[in-house]
Ligand binder design. Structure first.
Ligand code: HEC
Length: 154
């Protein structure tokens, strides 16, 4: 019957809408680990962590990778020669000719290994997006192995 077919079609539409609603709520949960600015939640409040540089610096390297005016913040202190698991180190970078933090380079120690990600944004109101990560960063930071892969020393 014609009416039956219509009803079935309508039920199918309702089912599809339901799936979309569930997908949307999953997306919201995934977002929850990210700050409003688009950085991972584990960097929250980094501006208040102790700095491991003495003063904001512009010196780059060697080896030079991150230009601009920089500060380096560490969520935890070294224990002996190593940073403990869970430590997050953030380097904020104010690019030359700008007045806002446009790049944030992050190292996070998970199960004894550093994970590396760098974020960027092109104006102070936009969200950060990933600029680079992983092996590229690690290969250079290997040169700071003696200080647990961290170049900046207090
Ligand atoms: C060519 C070498 C090189 C590469 C590649 C590099 N870095 Fe660095 N990084 C440095 C140097 C040198 C410093 C010390 C501060 C400075 O000179 O800016 C540093 C500092 C840092 C710091 C502050 C802690 C510290 O080691 O002093 C973080 C966090 C960081 N880098 C993350 C990253 C991430 C994430 C990437 C990849 C996207 C990356 N770095 C790629 C050389 C490099």
């Amino acid at each position: 019957m014609r009416h039956d077919r219509e009803m079935r079609a309508r039920r199918r539409i309702i089912a599809v809408v339901g799936v979309v609603a569930v997908a949307a709520s999953v997306a919201v949960v995934a977002f929850a680990s990210t700050t409003a600015a688009g950085l991972p939640a584990y960097t929250n409040g980094y501006q208040k962590w102790p700095k491991i540089n003495k003063k904001p610096f512009t010196k780059c390297g060697p080896p030079c990778a991150h230009g601009g005016i920089k500060n380096v913040y560490a969520s935890r202190k070294k224990i002996g020669k190593k940073y403990p698991n869970g430590t997050v180190i953030v380097k904020s970078i104010v690019d030359q000719g700008t007045k806002y933090v446009g790049k944030v380079a992050v190292m996070r120690k998970v199960k004894g290994r550093w994970q590396y990600v760098e974020y960027t944004r092109d104006n102070p109101k936009s969200r950060y997006t990933v600029l680079a990560k992983g092996q590229l960063c690690q290969s250079c930071h290997a040169q700071a192995k003696a200080n647990d892969y961290v170049f900046t020393k207090r």
